[in-house]
Write a protein that binds this ligand. Structure first.
Ligand code: NDP
Length: 454
């Protein structure tokens, strides 16, 4: 019998922590998990899931309009924000319940309290001291806002899910995943949206062709996307808020949403007391197996600031459980991870961008397809799709696949298998198309773009 209360104590019941705790328990470990907020974490409670429900809600606006080209006539449509939020909350409650049941069914003891480390084997939780042989930190991240005068008037994505009314005029600050997604949500629901990004082009780090293409599509949909725009101050006015920009111009708004990145939620966790080293921005330093600077303490997910995506945290949790409790050690592979931005139209991406591929491989072949999706021939909507393959010229291995357009997230998930397997362009070409789809373009692109170096 162990000298500790538990074999494993997990701090944070988000996607990563829950998966790791259940797997460790399945290997016979006695496991407890602490959560100070709601079980499910960012993704389920205030991130991916409610966000995607809001994206669906906002897309109906276009769907109703598009139906006309197909012969449908509809009486005027009305949208009710309160109904949407109540229904969304009910679904999140249901998922929260499922997560709790999963923990109970896996014999993981759930402690709904904040936990802090006292030393490498002891946590303080709900006024009690609990000891554990192993500790896993999976506390996630939290939105961060820059220090701008009046920033207290701005909300983050956390609050955006609980606004009492749909704002009529929204200013979204940022050019990353969350900013682009929420700009699309509010725009689709009928708000006047201004999106401000400080750099040259939104979605830094994504393939440049996709960034420019998506920016054009967002503008066509009515989002007032302004690049090279910095906020100088935010003031409360009798009618709402005034956002003054560095160039002296001002925008009136009912809601100012900052989506300027997230920070590991590691403050006040007692990490220093336990000897756990932190890197820049409060991220926990870990090795390839997610082990921290202390042998019995591991960390997974956004609090390690590696690749901040839910499925990554889940896989890191699985690697942890297999490694420490399953006698099957494996390091998480952070290469070639597909992701999607649920913009409207959505963006899907896997593997290297053209710029990264040129840097790493030198000569590359680029294939592109830019077309109007079949659906929009009759709807008349001016929305296009861009698909792109990045191929290593020497080996003909497909290094990256990128897409903006209808169903991009769904399509890129399947293409990601081929890219992860290092399929060649010839193998893509041997694959018979499914017709008529947009996805078939990924296996029918034959002529590379002219080589800029030739
Ligand atoms: P991102 O890091 O993606 O983007 C942050 C944005 O804010 C960037 O455009 C950045 O500009 C800008 N920014 C940062 N600091 C400032 C500042 N001081 N003033 C003005 N602008 C600033 O963060 P998000 O908040 O959008 O999302 C956090 C993470 O959550 C993502 O990185 C992603 O990992 C995850 N996520 C994933 C989703 C998905 O898979 N669909 C959805 C939502 C979130 P710059 O580029 O110049 O640095």
């Amino acid at each position: 019998m162990s000298d500790f209360d538990f074999d494993l104590f997990v701090i944070g019941a988000g996607s990563g922590g829950v998966r790791a705790s259940r797997m460790a328990s399945s290997y016979g470990a006695k496991v407890a998990i602490a959560e100070e907020s709601r079980v499910g974490g960012t993704c389920v409670i205030r991130g991916c899931v409610p966000k995607k429900l809001l994206v669906y809600a906002s897309h109906f606006h276009e769907d109703f309009a598009d139906a006309a080209g197909y012969g449908w006539s509809l009486s005027e449509a009305h949208f009710d924000w309160k109904t949407l939020i109540a229904n969304k909350d009910r679904e999140i409650d249901r998922l929260n319940g499922i997560y709790k049941k999963l923990l109970a069914g896996s014999n993981v003891e759930l402690i709904e309290e904040r936990a802090e480390l006292i030393d490498r084997h002891t946590v303080s939780v709900g006024g009690k001291k609990i000891t554990a042989k192993n500790i896993l930190i999976a506390v996630g991240g939290w939105p961060q806002k820059p220090d701008v005068p009046g920033i207290e008037h701005a909300i983050t994505s956390n609050e955006a899910f609980h606004l009492p009314e749909l704002p009529h005029r929204v200013v979204v600050v940022g050019g990353g995943y969350i900013a682009v997604e929420f700009a699309g949500i509010f725009n689709g629901l009928g708000a006047k949206v201004t999106q401000l990004y400080r750099g040259e082009q939104i979605l830094r780090g994504f393939d440049d062709d996709l960034r420019h293409f998506l920016a054009d599509e967002l503008r066509k949909k009515g989002i007032d996307l302004r690049v090279n725009s910095d906020v100088a101050s935010i003031e409360k006015t009798s009618a709402g808020y005034r956002v003054t920009l560095e160039d002296g111009s001002a925008i009136e708004a009912d809601c100012v949403l900052y989506a300027t990145g997230r920070r590991p939620k590691t403050d006040g966790l007692g990490l220093e007391a336990a000897g756990v080293e932190l890197g820049r921005d409060g991220a926990i330093k870990v090795d390839a197996y997610s082990k921290t600077s202390v042998d019995n303490i591991y960390a997974i997910g956004d609090c390690t600031n590696r690749v901040n995506l839910t499925p990554v945290a889940i896989k890191e949790g699985m690697a942890y459980a297999d490694t420490v409790f399953g006698k099957k050690p494996w390091p998480m592979d952070h290469t070639t991870i597909a992701s999607a931005v649920f913009s409207q139209p959505p963006l899907g991406t896997v593997g290297l961008t053209e710029a990264e591929a040129r840097r790493q491989y030198g000569a590359v072949d680029i294939y592109k397809a830019n077309f109007k999706p079949l659906k929009h021939t009759l709807s008349g909507r001016d929305e296009r799709t861009l698909m792109k393959l990045v191929v290593d010229r020497a080996s003909q291995i497909v290094l990256g696949a990128h897409m903006v357009g209808l169903d991009a997230a769904e399509i890129i998930q399947a293409i990601a298998i081929a890219v992860k397997m290092r399929a060649t362009k010839a193998q893509f070409d041997q694959t018979v198309a499914v017709h008529p789809t947009a996805a078939e373009e990924f296996v029918t692109m034959r002529v590379p773009e002219p080589d800029p170096a030739a």
